[in-house]
Design a protein around this ligand. Sequence first.
Ligand SMILES: Nc1nc2c(ncn2[C@@H]2O[C@H](COP(=O)(O)OP(=O)(O)O)[C@@H](O)[C@H]2O)c(=O)[nH]1
Ligand SMILES: [Mg+2]
Length: 298
Amino acid sequence: MLDKAKKLLASIHSGDVKSLARALTIVENDLAGADDILKSLHPQQTPVIGVTGPPGAGKSTLLNSLLGNLAKKGKRIAILAVDPTSPFSFGSLLGDRIRMKDQFNHPNIFIRSLATRGALGGLSGKTIEMTDVLKAAHFDFIFVETVGVGQSEVEIAGLADLTMVVLVPESGDEIQHIKSGLMEIADVFIVNKSDRPDAQLFTIGLNKLIREKHQQIKVFNTVADKGTGVLELADEILAFKPHAGLKKIELLTQKAWQLIQHYRMRDIQKNKLQQKITEAYHPHFNIYQFIETFMRSS
Ligand SMILES: Nc1nc2c(ncn2[C@@H]2O[C@H](COP(=O)(O)OP(=O)(O)O)[C@@H](O)[C@H]2O)c(=O)[nH]1
Ligand SMILES: [Mg+2]
């Protein structure tokens, strides 16, 4: 089995896209051989760029334009689009295909969509692992697009070397409502839809908030569907150097934390849980005692 995984990784390494797609499917669905693939990986330093923000902010449109720029410069790029708004990846795949239509057939660009399978926002259970598989291929950059709801921004910050938060200008006082958590995870803010009348005011307010919080976050203004401001963003990405030292260790800790959470939950099935609760239930049912017994027996 281990030999099979190593062979698959060797063909991914030599640039075979079909092998890459197959390995991703095995890992995504936890099929036989998934563990062998993950344990045989030889981690590369490919920068992972997280793109998060509310639904409809223009993340996919922006990526489409950005990737066009980077591909023109000869860069090879992978995108993992995680879309919790669609429980079936088909819908999101189609949506992203349409929005990223310019880049869909470009030889330097590899696009993969995945649904979050019932997770409320956030990363799909296998996003981290799939990103690591992508690192086995020779990409210059790996982009991960996630919808920013709930915990997902924090999760993406643990996965990505560079986190870009896409915002849309709203009325001036809305800026106060930017979740303070976003300030902690964003490396770059992108004010997209800067063709809106409130854009300038919003950007001024955002910069003020960043200064008040003593953060050093760059702010870019873009009009994604027109490609405005995208060149500057592409330059920022091209100049990016992956972290070393403490920041890297922090990121790895965040990543290990999430993986351990996933692994601990792996053997726990909800239907089995429900069945056990049905069996154990009585009017004075104590859920804490139940959980302790359940965990010991599973
Ligand atoms: N006016 C305007 N519309 C935009 C801009 N960028 C994207 N859109 C539109 O906003 C909608 C949502 O874009 P999409 O990329 O799917 O957003 P996502 O959910 O964040 O990926 C689409 O109809 C885009 O055409 C922009 O800069 N200005
Ligand atoms: Mg999208």
